[in-house]
Design a protein around this ligand. Structure first.
Ligand SMILES: Cc1cc2nc3c(=O)[nH]c(=O)nc-3n(C[C@H](O)[C@H](O)[C@H](O)COP(=O)(O)OP(=O)(O)OC[C@H]3O[C@@H](n4cnc5c(N)ncnc54)[C@H](O)[C@@H]3O)c2cc1C
Length: 420
């Protein structure tokens, strides 16, 4: 099928992709008075996000929560969904160093360099601001010192971006902390939040709300290409690789920029164990310098209430740019469960019995936030030739920031959109 025709009356906007990005873009467009239709190639909405109800508890296939903000609270209250905050135990977060999980992985010297960095960020911002084209490792070594770079920055980024700090762009990731602050109202609840029955419930409630407000959903409707300038604004809310395919003929420059976005493989394994981990909290990150095979583990029982129906559930993440597991995607379920057991036993000095497991394999899940993406982004961003791209590769990877970007779409479309 080629680009769809508008539905009757009003100012139509078409969205391709009903993942989180497409759904929240529809949410703001409808609120601004546009009439929206969404084409989704799968038989369900949600894209990467889904919650499976296994016999041992809830399994998230991608995001387990999103960082709360005034935008998130507004979204949840509008669609009439209670906000599930994290448990008290989730305040404890661990980073693995020298064979054990630690709450603070730095020595006295490393801590002093972090304090010195904070002071310079307040009083001499220009000295610590990332430079164009600077990688995360170069920037962090320069402003924080080698120890904090290896054990704080690289660990944290491994958990969020699964990227390689020696290739990731410092200005894409940290640049916004050095921009003048926008006046945003503070949320009532701080930290990560989810829906009571998991992220899949957020998707379902949002879809139901959008249907009630008149959004037309076309599921199992794959758009193959955008062959000419659309007669009304079109939002492409797919992965970067799919956007490249869609725009190949019509806008080869933008398509090439999208095709240049490297996508990283991820394997997420939710396991049920009889014994609790020795360290209990939000989770533990494994910095690349420690050469562990897992990127990190989320301790589901201690993050949100009612995640496990029996025993203890953990979500182990493997893969990313510095993947330490050969043939990760080809490994059988049995081999992957064995891998989790070995990593868990080594990290927490225990002898685990894995009772059950649910494995999600994503061959190309997350965009790699490299300095090449930094160069490609100006060609990707903005409404041009009536087409706008939104998604986790257009400057912000987390759901909370995608939501903020989606909130700006109606203004962009009102100013620059064309209807013929
Ligand atoms: C393991 C993992 C854990 C994560 N954890 C977190 C977390 O805790 N917090 C957080 O904020 N983020 C997290 N993320 C990131 C977050 O989940 C994703 O960035 C986000 O879900 C991406 O949503 P999207 O809508 O941009 O893309 P997608 O979910 O990929 O949706 C794109 C949609 O477009 C559809 N589509 C594609 N091509 C076409 C076509 N030609 N025609 C019609 N439809 C098409 C697809 O079928 C899909 O439904 C995680 C990601 C992973 C993989």
């Amino acid at each position: 099928m080629s680009a769809p025709s508008p539905i009757d009356g009003g100012k139509p906007v078409t969205i391709i992709g009903a993942g989180f990005s497409g759904l929240v873009t529809a949410f703001y467009l409808v609120r601004a008075g546009f009439r929206v239709q969404i084409h989704e190639r799968a038989e369900r909405a949600g894209g990467l996000i889904a919650t499976k109800k296994e016999s041992f508890g809830l399994v998230e296939t991608a995001a387990n929560g999103l960082l709360n903000s005034a935008y998130v609270e507004d979204l949840f209250s509008t669609i009439d969904l209670p906000l599930e905050p994290t448990l008290k135990e989730a305040r404890r977060r661990y980073i693995f160093r020298d064979g054990e999980p630690r709450r603070w992985p730095l020595s006295f010297g490393g801590t002093v360099s972090v304090i010195w960095f904070v002071l310079r960020s307040i009083f001499f911002k220009a000295l610590v601001r990332p430079r164009d084209g600077e990688t995360v490792s170069t920037w962090a070594d320069r402003v924080l010192g080698e120890e904090a770079s290896r054990y704080l920055v690289s660990a944290a980024l491994q958990g969020i971006y699964a990227g390689d700090p020696s290739r990731m762009s410092a200005s894409l990731i940290f640049g916004r902390f050095f921009q003048p602050k926008k006046m945003a109202s503070k949320p009532n609840v701080r930290g990560t939040v989810t829906a009571p029955e998991g992220m899949g419930q957020l998707i379902e409630k949002l879809k139901t709300y959008l249907e009630k407000t008149g959004v037309e959903f076309h599921l199992q409707s794959e758009i193959e290409s955008v062959s000419e300038k659309p007669s009304h604004p079109l939002v492409i809310a797919t992965s970067a690789s799919q956007a490249a395919v869609l725009l190949k003929e019509f806008d080869p420059v933008r398509a090439d920029a999208c095709a240049s976005v490297e996508l990283l493989p991820i394997v997420a394994v939710t396991v049920s164990t009889a014994r609790p981990p020795k360290t209990q909290g939000f989770g533990c990150l494994f910095p690349p310098v420690e050469k562990r095979r897992a990127l990190g583990v989320l301790m589901n029982n201690f993050i949100f209430a009612n995640r496990a129906t029996r025993g203890f559930c953990e979500n182990w993440i493997f893969g990313g740019a510095l993947n330490q597991v050969p043939d990760l995607l080809k490994r059988s379920d049995q081999e992957i469960v064995k891998l989790v057991k070995e990593e868990r036993d080594a990290a927490f000095a225990t002898n685990s019995e894995i009772l059950d497991a649910s494995i999600t394999r994503w061959p190309a899940a997350l965009p790699h936030y490299t300095t090449e993406l930094e160069k490609a982004l100006p060609k990707i961003k903005g409404l041009r030739q009536n087409v706008l791209l939104i998604g986790n590769y257009v400057g912000t990877i987390g759901l909370a920031k995608i939501l903020e970007s989606a909130a700006t779409v109606p203004d962009e479309i009102s100013e620059k959109g064309e209807w013929s």
